[in-house]
Design a protein around this ligand. Sequence first.
Ligand SMILES: [Cu+2]
Length: 277
Amino acid sequence: MRYWSLIFALAALFGVGAFAYAPFSADWWLPNPADSPGRAVSTSGREIDALFLIILWLTSAVFVGTQAALVWAQYRYADRLDAEGKPARPARYFHGSQRLEVVWTIIPAAILVFLALYQMETWANIKFRSAAPKTPPLAEVTGRQFQWVIKYPGPDGKLNTPDDLFTVNDLHLVKDKTALIHLKAADVIHSFFLPQMRIKQDAVPGMTIPVWFDCDRAGRYELACAELCGWGHYKMRGDVVVHETEAEFQAWQTAKLTEQGRSRLEPKGDDAEGGKP
Ligand SMILES: [Cu+2]
């Protein structure tokens, strides 16, 4: 009995400790790159983190409040004995308090309504199709068992033309430039997950879903599948490479095209294929 209560106490202490530590060390529970401590690398990421913190503070207040009320009630209504060893007061029964019920229903409802309204703009900016950037897509990303197939428009800037560039699990973009992805699924539902940019979007067979995000720090990040999609789900990990400049990105693309032997499809004039003058 005593050991069990000790274990329960430790679990409670751990919970309280984690709760007290979390807001002051966000990198402990949010995936930020090592060279960007305490700060997400994308605009939407920072907005989402701010929402996370508001919810954390709100739940903190409720957590502390209810625990304090619990301790107070235990102390106040403890089973005390009088001098003769009999209960100091008889137990009292009552059928609840309607006023109390109303109060503790209205307060959480008001908090939920506040959160729902407060997060709406962030959600709209990240998810509403009307907010999608009116730019050509960076790439079409197709989830399939078990990889991310990525199709870039290539030098002509248009998808589904002969100069498209294909990669697998390798997404490249440019710093500070909003990247628009056309997300598809070839077989089952996958989920396009960029933890450092706080982007997560299901890829659904039969649909083309726009996903957009930016990144203000060049580097290599993670792309993962966040929907259990079969035995090889764990293999759906990719790299997201954020280039410092557009020129750097173009250089990578040209090198890839050459590597894949597609450069001959670039228009070179009359003598490109036939060798005639
Ligand atoms: Cu998957």
